[in-house]
Design a protein around this ligand. Sequence first.
Ligand code: DAH
Length: 341
Amino acid sequence: MPDIPEIPSEISELGARVSAVLAQVESAESSDELTAILSAATGKTGPITVARKAMSQVDPTHRKSVGMRVQDAKTTIETAVEARRVGLGAAERTARVQAERMDLTEVVGTPTAGHIHPLTQAWEDLEDAFIGMGFTVAEGPHVETDWYNFDALNIPKGHPARDGFDSLYVNNGEEGSTVLRTHTSPVQIRTMQAQEPPIYIIAPGRVFRRDTADATHLPVFHQIEGLVIDKGIGLAHLAGTIEKFTQAFFGEEFHSRLRPNYFPFTEPSAEFDIQRPDGSWLELGGSGVVHPNVLRAGGIDPEEWSGFAFGFGIDRFLQIKHGVTDLREAFTNDIRFLEQF
Ligand code: DAH
């Protein structure tokens, strides 16, 4: 009887070992786990490698077919790992999408309709009051030339009033030639250039100054400008218009007064205050009879036409009207604050 060499266990048990690996592959839960299974199966002490090493003990006539079986075993494991990896990728993606999914039907609390911002409300109420008095609304750009913001308003270069404005300059053209408008007054000039008198306009809008924000100041705030140009207009018309506005906006029990002051763009100039029903006075803004130089800058002949102008802050209105102690709160967009108005 010829001596039949024993088949080494590394080879005879290869089929069972591969099946065990395939079972692990099937139950693997992540791509990392699959990588570990594959390197264990094909590594130094894994079933594939040990079977290959054992081939030296196999009868040379059978080596070729045994070698093919070992190679097939390796391919089987690799194919199963790849298939499982693809399946897991899809499952992982599905899980991630599921986890990140937003429930758009979810409602937190009771949904409420929004409302316009209290500043916009004040802005629109002011517009309404002046429109009711026959004014129209004018606009101008936020980024201005220093000519419109200063020179044309009788504030030439070197004038001390320029320093008082704490301007924010824009890096454009010659240094100091472009500025974020520090007040709404340049709209006076733009309007005079754009339309023939008589002019009755208001110009509400955003203005900018190099101010550190505190309870009553913000570097970005809002003003409303007024300009009237007509024949024979003087201080009495200004006083009458301010009084009429005060009563229309605040109520019949409110009154106004003018107090002498100085502004480069008006002569004479006045601060205007309003009196509350309790008798207390509140400083509101600046005003005056338009300076002849300003009329000329706007292309209007001061011999033929005259006018008055005024300007005041809108944010302050909001503060007074609603008793807002810290103005910064009005612009952080915290719904708990805004909901109160
Ligand atoms: N532009 C001034 C400022 O920002 C306010 C002002 C004062 C406007 C007098 C006017 C005016 O039109 O006549 O402080």
